[in-house]
Every structure is written in structure tokens, then in C-alpha cells.
Design a protein. Structure first.
Length: 365
């Protein structure tokens, strides 16, 4: 077993045989793989783990970019369209300095340098253009790369220090302010579906009159996602928490009745999001994403003391089996009361807004 040596820095390094390179003149050059850690024991452990797994691990010369492509192809049947799109984005934009590096040549030092460089990469998004990408983005990107390396070079053990994502505290506008901002606009319906019923944008895009509306209820059983610029409808599994039905508030039902097409929202998800952001900026309101509207809904339910199990059911958040079982037994009576309580809250400022509009109209006359 290889022994660790103490470095001038105080850390410990253990070297084990990696591979032999044939030089142009025919000579052989041995390459060693180093494992540096804070303690002698940890360094030797990492080295021994590598040596043990390397014996049974098939060598691979594919580059990191090729590995990501193969990883996507291998798991395409079980990955969501959105996840695949995200992986492709990482392949095109992240860790450019090592994308052409063979996977079995990427060690902790190379990966750490790549992570350090990635932390300095400038964002290209409209809101953060010119600023370094977020720590959360770097962590998510590394998660994919680490999974690819683990699959195609199982003998590689990475010890990498990642940035710590900062906790972001959003300054979110109140529901009545948001309602008055979007009232009468083309994004009023999608905004209320998110803020009132806690639907995600992909769920909203998947809604149709023929498939989602049944009597006084609105059903979520499919989502619409954008992949390579094309919208794709995808059914939600029956046992998925997102598969749910909610009683339609009368105000939202009236908005839906005015939609001339079968699909409730015809403009793209990107257009909905961009127009929402534009309206916030135009009205001098704090920035929030369209998805933050679900947080507004969660805050309303907390304020109204809605029991967690009903809040999680309405929002399509996952619950344990016992909680689902309890919900199924008590849905008809208590859940309807919860729906009514939330509807009363939203209706209160909708009626107030309508009253003010009527008062202004009569005053002008």
C-alpha cells in the first residue's frame, strides 16, 4: 500500500500508479495519480480506494463533452425534457477548459481549477449579464460532471471544494399589488393560476379546456415544456403529487370562459415570464420570478393557517404515504372548506378593486 508524504503546506499526499504513456521516441513514461488531503489517513484511504476500483474499471479515453452526451443518451428515457435541456446547456457553456479533456485524466486538482474558473464565468442572462454566475449554478453544473465521471471512470475519486450558495431572501410584492398590476392584461390568467392555485408555468402551459376542465374543477395531469425551441406536452404520472384537481374560483372561471382557444395560455412560457418581469419593472416593484408566485401562494396559505397537508396537496408538493392516506379520507369536507377560505381571501381584494373601478367610472360621469 502506498504511503502518504507530508507536504510543506502541512497537507498529506499519496501517489499511486495511474497509466503508462508511450513517448514519440518509444520510451515509456509512468504517470502517477496524487491524492492530497488534510490527514495522512484520509490521503492513503483515497489512494487505496482508487487503486482497488481501478482494477475492475474499464479505461475510457472519451472526453468530458463526449461523456455528457453519452450520459444524456443513456438516461434520456428516464430524464425529464427540462433536465435534458439543462444538461445540454451545461455541456455547451460550463467548464470549457476541461470539456475536451479525457475523463480518466481529470483528477481533483484539475477539477478544482475548473471549478475556480467556473465561479468567475460571466452570466449571459438579461438580469445578471456581466456578473459571475451564481454559486448554486456552479454546484448544479458540478453535480452533472461528477455523475458523468463516476459512471465512465469509476476509479476516479474527486475531492473538490465547492462554493456555498448564498441564501436569497426575496422581497416579494403582496397578492393585491400583483393582481392590480396584471388585471386586464394578457398574462392575468397565468399569473392568477400561479398565485391563486399554485400552478407552475409548465403546468399552466399544459392546460386545455377539453382535457383539464371538468365541471367546476380544474385538473393537472400534464405539463408543457420547451425543448430545443419546441413545446412538448408530457403526461404526469398518476402517482405523482403534481397530479391533482382544484375547485375553480369563479373569477378564474370567468377568465377561462373568455379564452377563444382550447389551450388556456397560447403565448410561450418565456413570453409569459418576460412580460411578468417587464410589468414589475415598469411598475417599480421588486424583481421576482414567475415561479415566485407559488411562494406568494404558500405565504397566503400560511397566513390563513391552512394545514400543511392541504397546502402540500394544493401545491402539488410531495407528501408521505400516511399523509396522502389521511388526505384521501378527509378531502370532501375539510378540503372544500380550505378552498373556500383561500378563495374568500383573493375575492376580497378582487371585489375591492372592482368597486374602486366602478367608483372612478361613476365619478367621471
Amino acid at each position: 500500500m502506498a504511503k502518504a508524504k507530508k507536504l510543506p503546506s502541512g497537507k498529506w499526499r499519496t501517489q499511486v500508479y495511474d497509466y503508462t504513456e508511450t513517448l514519440p521516441d518509444g520510451r515509456k513514461k509512468k504517470h502517477m495519480k496524487s491524492f492530497t488531503a488534510d490527514t495522512k489517513k484520509e490521503s492513503e484511504y483515497l489512494a487505496s480506494q482508487y487503486a482497488f476500483t481501478k482494477k475492475s474499471a474499464p479505461a475510457t479515453s472519451m472526453t468530458l463533452q463526449e461523456g455528457i452526451e453519452k450520459y444524456i443518451a443513456t438516461y434520456s428515457a428516464v430524464l425529464s425534457s427540462t433536465t435534458i435541456e439543462g444538461y445540454k446547456t451545461i455541456k455547451e457553456n460550463a467548464f470549457k477548459s476541461i470539456m475536451s479533456t479525457p475523463i480518466n485524466k481529470i483528477d481533483s486538482d484539475i477539477m478544482q481549477r475548473a471549478v475556480n474558473e467556473e465561479c468567475q464565468r460571466k452570466s449571459t442572462s438579461r438580469r445578471c449579464k456581466g456578473k459571475p454566475i451564481s454559486s448554486k449554478t456552479v454546484v448544479n453544473e458540478y453535480g452533472l460532471v461528477a455523475s458523468v465521471i463516476k459512471k465512465y471512470s469509476p476509479g476516479t475519486i474527486l475531492v473538490v471544494k465547492l462554493p456555498t450558495p448564498a441564501k436569497v431572501i426575496h422581497d416579494i410584492s403582496s397578492p393585491d399589488v400583483i393582481f392590480n398590476m396584471v388585471k386586464g392584461t394578457e398574462i392575468e390568467l397565468p399569473v392568477l393560476l400561479a398565485m391563486w392555485l399554485s400552478f407552475t408555468l409548465s403546468e399552466i402551459k399544459g392546460l386545455t379546456k377539453s382535457g383539464s376542465i371538468k365541471g367546476d374543477y380544474i385538473f393537472i395531469d400534464q405539463v408543457t415544456v420547451t425543448v430545443d425551441g419546441k413545446e412538448i406536452d408530457k403526461k404526469i404520472a398518476k402517482n405523482d403529487a403534481r397530479n391533482r384537481m382544484l375547485l375553480m374560483p369563479e373569477y378564474i372561471k370567468q377568465l377561462i370562459d373568455k379564452v377563444p382557444t382550447d389551450r388556456l395560455v397560447t403565448i410561450s412560457a418565456k413570453a409569459v415570464s418576460n412580460r411578468f418581469t417587464y410589468m414589475l419593472r415598469k411598475n417599480g416593484l421588486p424583481h421576482m420570478s414567475f415561479h415566485d408566485l407559488r411562494h406568494v401562494n404558500a405565504s397566503v396559505m400560511a397566513m390563513l393557517n391552512v394545514p400543511d397537508k392541504y397546502a402540500m396537496e394544493r401545491g402539488g408538493w410531495k407528501t408521505d404515504k400516511i399523509m396522502k392516506g389521511t388526505y384521501m379520507q378527509t378531502y370532501r369536507a375539510e378540503r372544500i372548506a380550505v378552498d373556500q377560505k383561500i378563495d374568500d381571501y383573493f375575492n376580497s381584494f378582487i371585489e375591492e378593486s372592482s368597486h374602486k373601478s366602478s367608483h372612478k367610472s361613476s365619478h367621471k360621469k
